[in-house]
Ligand binder design. Structure first.
Ligand code: HEM
Length: 339
């Protein structure tokens, strides 16, 4: 007999879930989690063959893509799940924001979630650069310049990130350690905290549900009901990712050449808004605007309560500001993608 009290697991597994979580839109956090797990599994598989040195990085990716059995599939899954994870996270954030689920008592969990978004963007930046092709190399150069333009810590942070004055071999080693060591550790801790807070406060009730549905009908079981739904969503996602991997397999451009600047340098799509701002204003201004917007979003639950308490601000103002901010983000992103 293993000396474990199994009833604890039964208790954890049978947590009642509010019935509005049957709508996928409300349970998007589970989708993000599923994609994160795909990233861990495919990422570990890629590290078996990837060599993080400037001389061999590009060649090892070429081997994964062209020679190793199912290498192209695992690489494409890793690439598409990363993109989908960022999309799902943005949708999850929008759901949380527009249902007001960031308010008391969940302010801290909003901040943990927002930190997870930042960590994921860092995953994207460092991962893209590991390919060491022309575009990813110069994309990393643009990103390092953006970091460099940060007030006060910019110079120090960009030097630390690049391992020197310019992007080069040392940058690759650093990006690799950050991508496969530091970020996963931070992400694990933040996800654990996030889920702990979700369980502590429970998922926010759907206000429109409270009056219309009988109280005893408003919950369903985590196991097996919610887990079964999540597994179905998971199966669909693998199907979708496989289709994407087949139609748009992860490609490989020219090898990185620090001496030749390509005609069109572009970072990954999730940095397009900053890049477009950079073109519209200056490098420094773009970084300052991005950081200010990020800071406001991070502290929004507290900023909102401050204005509600001392200036009687109606809570609907948040909805308008959130919609404006998201429209701005979307416009800059789409604008840059057609440029
Ligand atoms: C790796 C990234 C993330 C994972 C795995 C994750 C996972 C989850 C899960 C499973 C839930 C339970 C309800 C649901 O499924 O929607 C949840 C709720 C929540 N998440 Fe996330 N999340 C992530 C990122 C974020 C981000 C970017 C934000 C916002 C900035 C955020 C803020 C919240 C808040 C405030 C709740 C409570 C919502 C409520 O009670 O209705 N999360 N998250």
């Amino acid at each position: 007999m293993i000396p474990i009290d199994w009833s604890i697991f039964q208790q954890i597994g049978s947590e009642p879930i509010p019935s509005h979580l049957k709508k996928w839109w409300f349970a998007l956090g589970g989708t993000v989690m599923y994609l994160f797990i795909i990233q861990i599994v495919t990422g570990i598989m890629l590290t078996f063959y990837y060599v993080p040195t400037p001389e061999q990085a590009y060649q090892s990716i070429a081997e994964i893509t062209q020679e190793i059995r199912f290498g192209w599939y695992i690489r494409s899954l890793h690439k598409w799940a990363a993109n989908l994870m960022i999309v799902a996270m943005i949708l999850h954030l929008l759901r949380v924001f527009f249902t007001g689920a960031y308010r008391h008592p969940r302010q801290l969990n909003w901040m943990v979630g927002f930190s997870l978004l930042m960590v994921t963007l860092m995953f994207g930046l460092t991962g893209y650069s590991l390919v060491f092709e022309q575009l990813s190399f110069w994309g990393a150069t643009v990103a390092a310049n953006l970091v460099d333009a940060m007030p006060i810590i910019g110079g120090w942070a960009s030097y630390l990130l690049r391992g020197g004055e310019t992007v080069g071999g040392d940058t690759l080693t650093r990006f690799y350690v950050i991508h496969i060591g530091i970020l996963p550790t931070v992400a694990f801790i933040l996800v654990a905290l996030h889920i702990m807070f979700v369980r502590l406060h429970g998922v926010k009730e759907d206000d429109s549900d409270l009056n219309s549905v009988l109280k005893e009908k408003r919950y369903f079981k985590f196991w097996p009901d919610h887990v079964t739904t999540e597994m179905m969503v998971g199966a669909f996602l693998i199907y979708l990712l496989t289709i994407m991997a087949l139609i748009f397999p992860a490609g490989l451009g020219e090898p990185a050449n620090p001496n030749v600047t390509p005609a069109h340098i572009k970072p990954e799509w999730f940095f397009y808004f900053s890049y477009r701002l950079l073109k519209l204003t200056t490098l420094k201004m773009s970084v300052i605007i991005t950081m200010t917007m990020g800071g406001i979003a991070f502290f929004w639950p507290f900023i909102e309560s401050f204005f509600v308490k001392y200036f009687n601000m109606p809570k609907q103002v948040s909805i308008i500001l959130g919609a404006l901010a998201f429209t701005g983000f979307l416009t800059l992103t789409v604008w840059e993608s057609f440029a």
